[in-house]
Ligand binder design. Structure first.
Ligand code: CUA
Length: 302
């Protein structure tokens, strides 16, 4: 890594500690002066005023100049830090980050995609952020970066991981019922390991692929696989079971066969399982082989 590179963490922390330090010194100074004056000039100790002077030019100049200087120092550190966050270092790896209700999805230049953000240690990464539906916010506290994803607009962040590890990645903009489940991780891998991961092929086993797709498309943000209800009904024991559904306002019982699963994916609003809100996003654009893999996997969750 370029030794002169100011990381986003350093940029934000420097500004934070400078501002926090100045505020701390000011707070302490003001309180000490105030307490001392209360003691020194209280009525018992000082019944008659010592002086009737109503101003002192030098004192006024000093107490205007020092705070102005302090505010300019805070501004300078804040501005420098901001510029570091907005200046993309040379040699950054570009990755596309997609936000949608309620999951993250990352696509690499070679077409590889993942629901976790895999990055190489020591190389800056630029994440190009897009939203498929509403406002979300890409937030990785460890790297001090937070940026909104806006429908119809591309935004971006950059950062660099100096140590390998797994770092939390949150959505920091309230985006609907499962907002709090819109979490994933940044997986920082040593460069060689990252390269190997990037070049490894996709999974081919349809059941395994289905499980991966459910993860990638965010299905698991709303549907559990262990029987517990979430925003949507659980996947466990779903295939082949009788379902109480609302179809055009009428309640009826249907069997969750392959056709039912297919309809639920392609046009989720057609039949709504009784007791759940009609909020499932439409996955009309899913390729057929992905739908088949998902259904194959769903049918194993008995
Ligand atoms: Cu996406 Cu909150």
């Amino acid at each position: 890594m370029n030794p002169n590179l100011v990381t986003t963490t350093q940029a934000v922390d420097t500004a934070f500690y400078v501002i926090f330090g100045i505020c701390g010194v000011m707070l302490l100074g003001i309180i000490v002066t105030m307490v001392w004056m209360v003691w020194r000039y209280n009525r018992k100790r000082q019944p008659v005023p010592l002086s009737q002077k109503d101003h002192n030019l030098w004192l006024e100049v000093v107490w205007t100049a020092i705070p102005t200087l302090l505010v300019m120092v805070m501004f300078w550190y804040g501005w420098e830090g901001y510029l570091s966050l907005r200046r993309i270092p040379d040699g950054s790896l570009e990755i596309k980050g997609t936000a949608r209700m309620w999951s993250w999805f990352f696509t690499y230049e070679n077409g590889k995609s993942a629901d976790k953000l895999y990055i190489p240690v020591g190389q800056p990464v630029k994440i190009r952020l897009e939203s498929e539906d509403v406002l979300h916010s890409f937030y990785v506290p460890a790297f001090r970066v937070k940026r909104d994803t806006v429908p119809g607009m591309t935004t971006w962040v950059w950062f660099v991981a100096e140590q390998p590890g797994s770092y939390d990645l949150f959505c920091a903009e309230y985006c609907g019922v499962a907002h709090s489940a819109m979490v994933t991780t940044v997986e920082a891998l040593p460069a060689a390991e990252f390269q190997a991961w990037l070049e490894s092929g996709a999974t081919v086993d349809p059941i395994e692929q289905g499980a991966t797709l459910a993860q990638q498309h965010g299905c698991l943000g709303c549907h559990s696989v262990d029987g517990s209800p979430r925003v949507g009904p659980t996947f466990k024991g779903l295939a082949g079971s009788p379902r109480q559904v609302l179809q055009s306002g009428k309640e009826l019982t249907v069997t969750a066969d392959t056709d039912y699963l297919l309809r639920s994916l392609r046009e989720p609003a057609a039949e709504i399982v009784a007791g759940y809100p009609p909020i499932m996003p439409v996955y009309a654009g899913l390729p057929d082989e992905e739908v088949t893999a998902l259904i194959t996997w769903l049918e194993t969750l008995r």
